[in-house]
Structure formats: structure tokens, C-alpha cells
Design a binder for this molecule. Sequence first.
Ligand SMILES: Nc1ncnc2c1ncn2[C@@H]1O[C@H](COP(=O)(O)OP(=O)(O)O)[C@@H](O)[C@H]1O
Ligand SMILES: [Mg+2]
Length: 285
Amino acid sequence: MKTLVLANQKGGVGKSAVATLLAHYFRKLGHRVLAIDLDHQGNFSDPLRKSQRVAVAEVPASALLTQASPLITGGDFVLVAANQALSGLERQPTLHNDFANHLRAFLKAMDSRFDVCLIDTNPNPDIRMIAALVSADCVLSPIQLNQEALDGVHALLNHPRVGVRKIKAMLNQKLHLIGLLLVMVEATPFQRENFSQLVQKFNPILIPCGPKPGQYASMPRRSAVAEAQAEGLVLWEMKKTAARDAWREIELAMAVIAAAVLAESPSQTTPITPINGADHDPVAG
Ligand SMILES: Nc1ncnc2c1ncn2[C@@H]1O[C@H](COP(=O)(O)OP(=O)(O)O)[C@@H](O)[C@H]1O
Ligand SMILES: [Mg+2]
């Protein structure tokens, strides 16, 4: 089982929407998927529940940190749903080591039952995030093209508690940063300017996507994505043309990310040719 954590210390950037799309996408590829929602707001749990495709585990997500050997239901697509108790875990510092060890042991126990585990997180750099990152194989950070988000990349890498570099050096050597996924992309001059700044500063952690240099994994802002999320629909199965068009724009990025997650080691991540020949310069007008 490969475990991917969605991480970004900002709310409302599209983490849960990306997690949901990836969960359905891995199912579409035929993989067994374990979805864990560590954000008490439940924006990963709700759309999956509404989709009626998941078996919801008997235990809530907080139990994966507080209990020694929680048991979960059978099935090839299982959701361990968010609950309110998740937000109280940070206030129990004497148990933080146990929390991280429990989650690690649980994921280890799931290793042969699932192919992919997706963990959605809360924006706070708290024990939930640490527990997820110390046990994960890889991390993906959805980011918007605004100045605040660009400043946030530094924290993603260097935060003293949950920075990927810190976690990798101290707690989890195997953690692999898949990279930054540009989200809610719009072809505005403002975003274009921020895009060129991002490329200048963080080129090595953008995710190459498409045949040309300068093409990176991205997801446009499309109302169909929000609608799919609100109604628990699978984007590519929605009747509207707009939804299918949106999926066509997103599919390559999902394919590249899925390949990176499933790769045995980062070096085996193979470049993927575009499915529809679309130009993937995200902010091309
Ligand atoms: N690509 C997108 N286009 C339009 N709306 C989006 C997109 N991605 C996410 N949204 C919407 O934006 C809001 C915030 O997204 P969400 O995934 O909940 O963010 P986060 O998990 O980072 O807090 C939600 O209403 C979601 O449906
Ligand atoms: Mg969320």
C-alpha cells in the first residue's frame, strides 16, 4: 500500500477536492483505496459518503490515533470518516507519541488490504499532520497562485514541526514530496505573474506534466469541480458537458500524480504523454 498525504497549511485551497478526485480516480484504475479524513470539517468524508461507493468504517478517524488496533470494515473502497474528536487530539500532548505510533501500526496492518491510502488533513500543523507525515510514503501539496500561497511553500518545506524536510531528516526518511499541484488556476494576469514567480523559485518541486518543458500539473477553477464535491458526484460521470470538459483538463495531472504515488521509488516515476494533446501550460489564456 502506498500512502499519500494531502498537505497545505491553508484552508480552502482544494485539498479535499483533490483527495476526493484522486480517490475516485484510483478506483477507476482498479486499485483498492483506503480514504482517511483527518480534518474534522469532513470535506473528504462527505462527498465520498454521498457517492455511495465507499464502505464507511465502524471507527471514526480519531480512533486510528487513539486506539491500539482499531478494526475496519471489509471492502475495496473504505472510508475512515472525520469526527469532532480529531480537533481535540492536539490538546493531549502526553499522548502524541502514542497517536503517531497507533496510526503507523494501523497503516502497516492495512498494507496488504489496500493498494493506496489517501489521507486528507487539516491546515493546522498539529499532531494529526505529524502522525500522517511520519507514516506516509508521499505528500502532495495543492497550492493556489497567490502571494500568500507562494510564501507558504517555505513553511511546507521548512516548518519546524511539520516541514517536509524536517520530517524527512528526523522522522521518516522515505517520505517523498511529489510536489506542488497548482489549483484553482485561472488565466488572469495576476495568476500568470505569480506562476512565473513560482517557476523561478520552486521549479524543482513543480510536477512536470505534458511533453513540453514548463508544463506542470495543475487543476483549473471550474464550477463542475465544486458541484461534484458538494453533491458527491464523480466528475467524469456527470452528465453536463462542462463537467466532462473540466475532467479532460484535469485528467493528465491526476494520471501523473497517480503514477508518482504508485511508483516503487521516486526515480521510477515515468513521464506520461498527454491523453488528449491539450496544452498544459496552466495559465495559457
Ligand atoms: N478546481 C476547483 N474549481 C472550483 N472549485 C473548487 C476547485 N477545487 C475545490 N473547489 C471548491 O473550493 C472549496 C474549497 O475546497 P476544499 O477542497 O474544501 O479546500 P481545502 O480542503 O483545502 O480546505 C470547496 O467548495 C470546493 O468544492
Ligand atoms: Mg479540506
